[in-house]
Design a protein around this ligand. Structure first.
Ligand SMILES: Cc1ncc(COP(=O)(O)O)c(C=O)c1O
Length: 398
């Protein structure tokens, strides 16, 4: 049987190859007693969620409602907690009845959005590099994909001058996201304002994927909710995975224009029954009673960033200082380029020879070629151990 082309287009072969190499390394390391795998390839936090959230989940688990289907009405309390958070965080009035939607993570929401707002063949614009669900959602919806390429020589800044009026006119959806994964750049509110203004002018849906809103180390994270126009053409995605360390619980939400929230909600109604009300109870408790949590973990990430960067630079790797938490975005070094190693070969050699897993930049689109992403998701001692383990390998090859 011939499967549709979109299945081939969707698969990111590079992530599959990376995962496969990790499995091979793990198996071999048990047999050969080689060093343990230090997995810095995923943006999945090693830190615990706030205690009040875990307690609320644990208490709610005994309630039969927690293991029943949860319809949209059952998410009222969650949506109200989100609206109160938005008021405190951004001083905006959000209607919990019509402008908020519970998601099974920001990835799920951004992947399903194109199905809700586009017809097949219509054009969607993404940043390149960007998080894979942005492209993946457009592929699922059989959309035509355009890319706004971010370049190292422009410090990864989006240049709207690259977009002609005719391109804006053809667009139906633009997906943006700052603080930005994988370049680890916080970004600026003015970029978002410019994008929102153009989207309002050309009647384009602007989706802003903002799971790192609380994880800006230097500067202030941009937010679509602070732009004029979001109530007409905007939708912003938030997550409990990053600032609240609940990645495995799969909880996120969208706040946006009523018509966009409605369309996404209709699509989701044939896809899922919302997240369990027990997990929602944890999220409500985090928003209401652990407001300082993201700020506390930001301090942990800052120390990890500074110490890992110092060790890498001492080793001889000229890694730029990232302004957001969780990632380092690192150029393939010149000595590796001289040996014709691209980012994938570099990551693969590093993993096979040292047991340290990082992600090749081209996994986020061709704009990420020649770069590597290291996730600061292990304790600082382990991150320093990773660099210490990497150093003899680096010296041998350079
Ligand atoms: C930009 C971006 N969006 C979405 C996600 C996924 O978030 P969630 O766990 O809420 O699905 C990630 C995870 O790394 C991300 O970097």
């Amino acid at each position: 049987m011939q499967f549709p082309k979109r299945v081939d287009k969707l698969g990111s072969a590079i992530f599959e190859r990376n995962d496969w190499r990790k499995q091979v390394y793990l198996k071999a390391s048990i047999k050969n007693q080689s060093p343990n795998l230090i997995d810095l390839s995923l943006g999945s936090s090693d830190l615990l969620p706030p205690k009040c959230a875990l307690e609320a989940i644990s208490k709610a688990l005994n309630n039969p409602e927690s293991s029943s289907y949860c319809l949209h009405a059952g998410t009222n309390a969650f949506r109200e907690a989100v609206a109160s958070w938005a008021k405190r965080r951004f001083e905006v009035d959000v209607d919990p009845g019509t402008e908020v939607l519970l998601l099974i993570g920001s990835q799920e929401g951004t992947a399903h959005l194109p199905l809700a707002v586009m017809n097949p063949g219509q054009t969607g614009l993404i940043l390149d590099p960007s998080y894979p669900s942005h492209r993946g959602g457009l592929v699922l919806a059989d959309a035509h994909i355009e890319k706004l390429v971010l370049k190292a020589k422009s410090d990864w800044k989006p240049d709207f001058g690259d977009l002609k009026t005719s391109q804006w006119e053809a667009l139906k959806l633009m997906v943006f996201g700052y603080p930005h994964n994988p370049t680890a750049l916080v970004g600026e509110q003015i970029w978002l304002e410019e994008a929102m203004e153009q989207c309002c002018k050309h009647e384009v849906v602007l989706a802003h994927d903002n799971p790192y809103v609380d994880l800006a180390i230097d500067g202030e994270a941009p937010a679509l909710l602070q732009c004029l126009g979001w109530k007409k053409w905007g939708i912003e995605f938030f997550s409990f995975s990053k600032g609240w360390c609940m990645g495995g619980f799969r909880l996120g939400f969208a706040i946006g224009a009523e018509k966009i929230i409605k369309a996404l909600s209709v699509c989701k109604s044939v896809i899922d029954f919302n997240q369990s009300s027990a997990l929602q109870a944890g999220a409500i408790s985090a928003l209401a009673s652990a407001g300082q949590w993201p700020e506390q973990i930001l301090g942990i990430y800052e120390e990890r960033r500074d110490r890992t960067l110092k060790a890498l630079r001492l080793m001889g790797w000229d890694v730029p200082l990232p302004s957001m938490a969780m990632y380092l975005w690192m150029p393939v070094p010149d000595w590796a380029i001289d040996q014709e190693w691209n980012d994938e070969i570099f990551a693969s050699e590093l993993l096979i020879e040292t047991g340290i897993a990082i992600t090749p930049g081209q996994g986020f689109g061709s704009g990420g070629e020649g770069w590597l992403r290291l996730a600061l998701v292990r304790p600082v001692e382990e991150l320093e151990e990773a660099v210490a383990r990497m150093t003899p390998w680096w010296n041998e090859h350079r």
